[in-house]
Write a protein that binds this ligand. Structure first.
Ligand code: NAP
Length: 250
């Protein structure tokens, strides 16, 4: 097992990609805090699955874009599970809107959760990791960081921001033994895009740009997440690991 005696916090761990990563970390021996904002039952069920594997777990509600809630979450996880060794900034939101119809509220919402949230949680956790001289932070980015997509301005900008946030955090936190890398998934079947994927035209168009020929499942991302969380990636920081079925070479 690669994460024995580690404590991990996964934001947006209640569903989809975050949930798959939380369960995988537990299989590798970690105790896991599962953050959520609105789906308490899903978070509790993830906790039950982790506990069934014999690991400690905790569901913790916090809006990742709100500093006071983030601080309370980090305090609670530290008190109940122990100091956080691994942070996965994964909580994300997406809404497809044409640029000319994108209103300020949706811009603020997507940038708030997808980018400011990573900064807030990253800062709160890194401050504690600094005192211990080690830590691993994984920022879940997206192929959208490098490819503009129609009706996705705010989302793409937020993910491009995550790529630079990752590099800046990595640079400043390296002296404290904290490694910060990004994991950039390609198209993955989850709640965030369930409706898009029901549209055959959308799906066919997207598949033409995925050389490996299929939409990923959340489980396709867990190997890379474990790698970035474990000692196997100790000499890697500030990088983005793209797991996208080859989308990046099209
Ligand atoms: P999802 O199925 O919609 O799940 C989103 C998760 O984020 C849920 O656990 C949700 O919590 C949580 N969340 C949303 N807003 C939050 C907030 N303000 N504070 C705390 N938690 C919040 O999305 P997903 O597809 O798994 O996406 C996970 C990450 O992967 C995101 O960063 C996304 O941008 C990225 N990504 C996804 C894809 C894809 O194709 N699916 C591709 C590239 C990158 P609740 O359950 O409580 O609502």
């Amino acid at each position: 097992m690669k994460l024995e005696r580690q404590v991990a916090l996964v934001t947006g761990g209640s569903r989809s990609i975050g949930r798959a990563v939380a369960l995988a970390f537990a299989r590798e021996g970690a105790a896991v805090a599962v953050n959520y904002v609105s789906h308490a039952e899903e978070a509790e069920s993830a906790v039950r699955e982790i506990e069934k594997q014999g690991r400690r777990a905790l569901a913790v509600r916090a809006d990742a874009s709100q500093r006071a809630q983030v601080q309370a979450m980090v305090d609670e996880v530290t008190t109940r599970l122990g100091p956080i060794d691994i942070l996965v900034n994964n909580a994300g939101v997406q809404k497809r809107v044409f640029f000319l119809e994108l209103d300020e509220a949706d811009w603020d919402w997507m940038l708030g959760v997808n980018l400011k949230g990573y900064f807030l949680v990253g800062q709160a956790v890194a401050a504690r990791m600094k005192a211990r001289g080690r830590g691993k932070i994984i920022n879940v980015s997206s192929e959208a960081a490098g490819f503009p997509a129609p009706r996705m301005t705010a989302y793409c900008v937020s993910k491009a921001g995550v790529a630079m946030l990752t590099k800046c955090m990595a640079l400043e936190l390296a002296p404290y033994g904290i490694r910060v890398n990004a994991l950039a998934p390609g198209l993955t079947r989850t709640d965030i895009n369930r409706k898009d994927l029901e549209d055959d035209t959308f799906l066919k168009a997207r598949l033409t740009r995925i050389p490996l020929g299929r939409v990923m499942a959340p489980e396709d991302l867990v190997g890379a997440a474990i790698f970035l969380a474990s000692a196997d990636s100790d000499m890697m920081t500030g990088m983005t690991l793209q797991v996208d079925g080859g989308r990046g070479i099209t």
